[in-house]
Ligand binder design. Structure first.
Ligand code: KIV
Ligand code: NA
Length: 266
């Protein structure tokens, strides 16, 4: 059995060849992606791209655990990170610890990720001191959608820039092994990457980050929106639509099932 990538392996990739990360939610897709990815992220984006929620606020611990279990069954070597859903970690470090333990024990994943906020460093420190590998997440924070009034890129004002830099540095000082940098101007992502000694994983950030992540359903052309930072590597929506249209026609004209797809009495 091949050995899984570890948090120290990921930390050692700072300034080296970029880390490859994608989101994963199911066993078959994890199985396909695992050989190509350093990190598989069970992102709370699953609420939107799998479950049809308008944002990630409604995502529950139970959803994260079920998808985390599915991804672990399909992955062998990638480092698997699970998002802590909204409401599962903000109240106190103790709450964060209890829920992080559940996520890791019930799935077997290697790490949790939580979005930055004023108290995030205290929480990251509390978790890492107790044996939990933590990935930070600065810049655009999807779980703050109700305060922000939408998904807004960060770093256009000096105050915002200072905040992103401080949260990144605080996350590192508190023991995070890596940080996602989401939806920020490229020069700010460059600056964060220079100022911290842990890997930065960019999404809508900059190609100087130490790695990149995309929501898999976005890059496959499966999910119905295209932010500027998404590159489409496939157009699965069209492929699925064409497949289903053809199936419907074949059923209606009785060309499916054909004899080779049918059982016959001996
Ligand atoms: O939930 C998610 O998929 C994420 C990535 C986009 C970083 O947090
Ligand atoms: Na997320």
């Amino acid at each position: 059995r091949t050995k899984r990538i570890t948090a120290p392996d990921i930390m050692s990739r700072k300034g080296q060849t970029p880390l490859v990360c994608l989101t994963a939610y199911t066993t078959p897709t994890a199985r396909i992606m695992d050989p190509h990815c350093d990190i598989l992220l069970v992102g709370d984006s699953l609420g939107m791209v799998i479950h049809g929620l308008p944002n990630t606020i409604g995502v529950t611990m139970e959803m994260m655990i079920l998808h985390g279990q599915a991804v672990m069954r399909g992955s062998e070597t990638a480092f698997v990170v699970i998002d802590m859903p909204f409401g599962s970690y903000e109240a106190s470090p103790e709450q964060a610890f209890a829920n992080a333990v559940r996520l890791l024990k019930e799935t077997g994943a290697q790490a949790v990720k939580l979005e930055s906020g004023p108290t995030v460093a205290e929480t990251i420190r509390y978790l890492t001191e107790r044996g939990i590998a933590v990935m930070g997440h600065v810049g655009l924070r999807p779980q703050a959608v109700n305060v922000e009034g939408g998904f807004k890129a960060k770093g256009r004002t000096q105050a915002e820039r200072d905040k992103v830099i401080k949260e990144a540095q605080d996350s590192e000082a508190a023991g995070a092994f890596a940080i996602v940098v989401e939806g920020v101007a490229a020069d700010l992502a460059d600056e964060v990457t220079r100022l911290v000694s842990i890997p930065t994983i960019g999404i809508g950030a900059s190609n100087t980050c130490d790695g990149q992540v995309l929501v898999t359903d976005d890059m496959l052309g499966l999910f119905d929106w295209t932010p500027k930072f998404v590159r489409h590597y496939a157009d699965l929506r069209t492929q699925i639509s064409t497949a289903v249209e053809t199936y419907a026609k074949d059923v209606r004209d009785r060309s499916f099932p054909a004899p080779q797809e049918t059982y016959f009495a001996k």
